[in-house]
Design a protein around this ligand. Structure first.
Ligand SMILES: *Cc1c(COP(=O)(O)O)cnc(C)c1O
Length: 377
């Protein structure tokens, strides 16, 4: 019987069920209660976001961003092709045309140098994704946004506690979306958050969050009745979800330290193999920090990657590939404008993610690296 190593294992701080019990017994179980507000305060204070609202997922946070950005049929939104479906889907639902951007040669993030050529009179927003928690070049994107009067909406789903030139990711774009899905660094099962950094959007964000009503203002005693004032949906999570998240937040620095240590250990042990040219290690631009969300390698070809995945699997270790280029997806390929996006396709074919989670230990990493060492690349 071989010891298996999963790809991911959700970390529990131990307080989750205590806080959930507290939330349930408080008699206030729906959204925007004590735990939700404690989470909001934490994120606003720690990262300097002007305003945050927890959501039931990052997908929901992106949908809120699409509503706040007033995306209308025919508007163009620039999105990397190498990303999760939701990055594009949230804007498609508003009728946007997605203009897919290619990745960098050496990094899955969108190639900022190629974005300006994609901007037209119809462009409304750019949605950079900080892949593996590594920042896109935000200064350049914000300059383009200013020059062409566009919004920048950061898909920071993987980017909690990561920085660009010392500034927290999610605090730079006009809006940003985070995920607390169980595969991310801090989790609540399903969960997310929108960060609002442009004061123009704060008032309306609260309304959209609460089904198009001004309920939040009513509960703060700012108005004496509440009603239907705008579009929106039920974007807020229940206190059960927020209580779970709060138990994670309390362990954030501990989680980040552990993950970073594991990540650096992987990197150190794999460097000799990378130097032999068997695969490439993740590129880290000097303006970005690494929040150790993911440890990935890029192989030379899809067949080398398959060999690596199969070899690890036969030893009970789960390594997995990641996104398939969205411009080639069943849903969008007929709507795509036909441009080739070779770097996105390269990462679709060649990127592989190794096990990465809090409870992974150094002995297990040794075991994984030994197997990689024995592959005849
Ligand atoms: C996880 C993820 C999402 C979706 O997050 P949910 O909370 O599951 O909706 C969106 N974009 C990226 C880049 C992600 O990694």
């Amino acid at each position: 019987m071989i010891n298996t190593i999963p790809f991911n294992k959700p970390y529990l701080s131990g307080k989750e069920t205590d806080y959930i019990r507290e939330a349930v017994l408080s008699g206030k179980i729906s959204g925007n209660g004590t735990f939700t507000q404690k989470c909001h305060t934490f994120f606003e204070q720690k990262y300097g976001f002007l305003k945050v609202l927890l959501t039931t997922s990052c997908t929901d946070a992106l949908e809120m961003a699409a509503l706040l950005a007033n995306i209308e049929p025919g508007d163009e939104v620039i999105v990397p092709s190498y990303t999760f479906v939701s990055t594009a889907l949230a804007f498609i639902r508003q009728g946007a045309v997605i203009v897919f951007a290619d990745s960098c040669v050496d990094h899955p993030n969108l190639d900022v140098n190629k974005v300006e050529a994609l901007i037209t009179a119809k462009t409304k927003a750019i949605v950079p994704v900080h892949y593996a928690g590594i920042a896109c070049d935000m200064d350049q994107l914000m300059l383009l946004a200013e020059k062409y009067n566009l919004l920048v909406i950061e898909d920071a789903a993987q980017a909690i506690d990561s920085y660009y030139k010392g500034r927290p990711l999610g605090s730079i774009g006009h809006l940003a979306a985070f995920s607390f899905h169980e595969t991310k660094n801090i989790i609540s099962g399903e969960g997310g958050m929108i960060a609002i950094n442009d004061p123009r959007f704060i008032h309306r964000a609260e309304i959209i969050w609460e089904k198009g009503t001004n309920r939040a203002e009513f509960f703060r005693g700012e108005i004496n009745k509440y009603g239907w004032v705008d579009t929106g949906s039920s974007f807020l999570p229940s206190e059960v979800t927020s209580a779970f998240l709060y138990a994670q937040i309390e362990h954030l620095s501990n989680i980040q330290t552990r993950r970073t240590n594991l990540w650096e250990y992987y990197y150190r042990l794999l460097e000799p193999l990378a130097q032999k040219g068997f695969f490439a290690l993740p590129a880290l631009p000097d303006y970005a920090t690494n929040n150790a969300h993911m440890f990935y390698l890029t192989c030379k070809s899809i067949s080398v990657r398959q060999c690596l995945i199969d070899t690890l699997k036969s030893s009970g270790i789960l390594a997995v590939f990641h996104y398939l280029s969205l411009h080639k997806s069943e849903y969008y390929q007929s709507k795509h404008d036909g441009r080739l996006l070779p770097n996105s396709d390269f990462f679709s074919d060649c990127l592989v993610r190794l096990p990465m989670f809090y409870e992974l230990n150094y002995t297990e990493i040794d075991r994984i690296v030994k197997i990689l060492n024995d592959i005849n690349f």
